[in-house]
Design a protein around this ligand. Structure first.
Ligand code: GUN
Length: 296
């Protein structure tokens, strides 16, 4: 292996430390405790694991953590009423509604009912528009975590060729906007892209966010490129359950200059950035300076 491993686990711990410092400052100097409310509808096992982990880490950095667990049959009006109540609650600075929602609930309607200033996921249409026009916004956590790792590794990203594989609203599209904001030349590739190996082969930075296990082989990667693997795929291999990314780590790490592992790469950064967004939202809500290095 020649690639440098980008240690997302260690970097996320550092980010959480910075968040905790800012939280202490808000408490001691201003008497303010940042608060994050997480809403979970139904009993999806993966979502339950995420929500538990978010609650634990929120408390660990000294913030107020509130969880609302609603029945899978919850009526849309009741969910909207809860969000309205959280929007008005001055002790809550961040609201996250765990996705996916049960099918009878309109995800767009629910997300767009969250106050944009408290939308720590950055999914509200106002935040999407603000990011797309280069204005101050709440930035989706996973792409923000990827950007932080890229900035840490490269310093400046200006002029680099970046290829984002995947066009989701949660990762692909906001990732492309952030890279453009840092003056990369950005290509968004997807399932209909012609000659994907050739497109990926031009990239100095590859961000893979497609949700297909080990889809990107090392032969596609330009020598020395930085590979950010957003995929978290559970597969069975040799009779064992295994977590793999969207890139084939074994072959890609032979050619890449740097690469994020799965697990231990992008994953831990996502929750760290959720905490960062909450402390940013709290600072903005109180007209105080934002934490340095924790925003886009
Ligand atoms: N489900 C999976 N990832 C996410 C996320 O980043 N935010 C929310 N709200 N739900 C998710």
């Amino acid at each position: 292996m020649s690639a440098q491993i980008i240690d997302g686990k260690a970097f996320a711990a550092k980010v959480r430390g910075q968040v905790a410092e800012h939280v202490t400052r808000l408490k001691e100097q201003h008497g303010i405790t940042p608060g994050l409310a997480v809403v979970l509808v139904g009993e999806d096992p993966a979502s339950q694991v995420y929500v538990r982990s978010k609650g634990k880490m929120t408390a660990e950095v000294g913030m107020k953590s509130v969880e609302h667990k609603l029945e899978v049959e919850t009526a849309e009006a009741d969910l909207l009423a809860l969000i309205d109540q959280l929007n008005k609650d001055e002790s809550i600075h961040g609201i996250l509604v765990q996705l996916p929602l049960p099918k009878h609930l309109n995800e767009d309607l629910v997300i767009n009912s969250i106050s944009p200033a408290k939308d720590v996921d950055g999914f509200h249409i106002s935040n999407v528009g603000l990011l797309g026009t280069g204005q101050k916004s709440m930035v989706p956590c996973t792409p923000l975590g990827c950007l932080m790792m890229l900035r840490e590794h490269h310093g400046s990203l200006s002029g680099l060729n970046a290829v984002v594989i995947g066009r989701s609203n949660i990762v692909g599209k906001p990732m492309a906007q952030l890279l453009l904001g840092d003056s990369c030349t950005v290509t968004i590739a997807h399932s209909r892209t012609k000659d994907l190996p050739e497109v990926v082969g031009r990239a100095d930075i590859v961000v893979a966010a497609v949700g297909r296990p080990e889809m990107v082989p090392g032969e596609w990667i330009k020598k020395g490129a930085t590979v950010i693997d957003v995929g978290i795929n559970r597969i069975e291999r040799d009779g064992k359950n295994k977590l793999v990314g969207d890139v084939d780590f074994a072959s890609c790490s032979e050619v890449a200059g740097a690469i994020t592992p799965v697990p231990g790469g992008v994953g831990p950064m996502t929750i760290a950035c959720l905490l960062a967004n909450t402390v940013t939202a709290c600072s903005r809500a109180n007209g105080l300076p934002e934490p340095e290095g924790l925003t886009a």
